[in-house]
Design a protein around this ligand. Structure first.
Ligand code: ATP
Ligand code: MG
Length: 259
């Protein structure tokens, strides 16, 4: 399939719905943090979620991974409603990889052990099979030579790439990224974004909360703008960044473009 030609219609490389949210509502006490969210992410799609602080972006990601419950509505992964608990929930967590702002690696384990732990426990791989695959994944994100080190001996950018490799080792159907570069020093941001762009080009389905417009323009099929718990508008990155429709989005973009 040729995705490179300008004759390709936008979205034609996308597959069936993989992540579906229907009428999703969530409250934190009096705060209506997710309001009537309707969202479908198709297989192979890269969705960037953008919006002001407190608009509900992290809560949205955490709900999709069932780290937060919802009050109303339904979330489906690959056609299956999110399980509430138990073995099915563990399987869901393997299907939905998540990379957070903080690196969340196990500090007392080597890089290699961080990446092989899940596959050995959940996917029941042998130590040697898990290590072979882990080294391939670490190579893909450019940190294979760090495999024997402990997380504290790595830069933030290297740790975040290990976190990506660790998620990929579970063979997720979709990867969620919640501001994966916002805790990094500027010179390390690109090495992480480059790994994410490559992942997108390989066809991974991705939901990425980020204000990195370069990434959105290079890799995103669609940008979703959230404000006050609602999806206010969504469009292609080109259209959204050059021609935002709502006042909220115009105001937000003028602020992030100003610095
Ligand atoms: N566990 C919680 N209990 C109560 N309120 C919460 C909880 N988690 C988040 N909130 C509130 O919900 C709102 C949305 O938070 P969320 O973290 O989803 O925003 P965000 O869009 O990710 O913001 P940021 O850009 O700062 O990361 C905020 O007002 C926040 O204070
Ligand atoms: Mg957040």
């Amino acid at each position: 399939m040729d995705n490179s030609g300008s004759s390709t219609t936008p979205g034609s490389h996308l597959g069936a719905p993989l992540v579906e949210l229907e009428g999703v509502n969530k409250h934190f006490g009096d705060l209506h943090v997710l309001q009537e969210i309707e969202l479908t992410v198709r297989r192979g799609e890269v969705l960037v979620v953008i919006g002001p602080s407190g608009s509900g972006k992290s809560t949205l990601c955490r709900a999709i991974n069932r780290l937060e419950t919802i009050d109303e509505g339904e979330i489906r992964i690959d056609g299956e409603p999110l399980p509430a608990e138990g073995r099915d929930l563990a399987r869901l967590r393997a299907d939905v990889g998540m990379v957070f702002q903080a690196f969340n690696l196990f500090a007392h384990k080597t890089v290699l052990d961080n990446v092989t732990l899940g596959p050995r426990k959940v996917r029941k791989l042998s130590k040697s099979d898990a290590e072979t695959e882990a080294l391939e994944l670490l190579d893909r994100v450019g940190v294979k030579n760090q495999a024997a080190k402990f997380p504290a001996q790595l830069s933030g950018g290297q740790q975040q790439r290990v976190a990506i490799a660790r998620s990929l080792a579970m063979h997720p159907k979709v990867m969620l990224f919640d501001e994966p570069t916002s805790a990094l020093d500027p010179e390390m941001i690109n090495e992480v974004l480059d790994s994410m762009v490559r992942l997108a080009q390989e066809g991974m389905t991705m939901i990425v909360v980020t204000h990195e417009m370069g990434f959105a323009r290079k890799a995103a099929d669609r940008v979703v703008f959230m404000a006050d718990g609602q999806i206010v508008e969504q469009d292609t990155p080109e259209e959204f960044f050059t021609n935002p429709k709502s006042d909220r989005a115009k105001d937000f973009l003028s602020k992030i473009l100003a610095h």
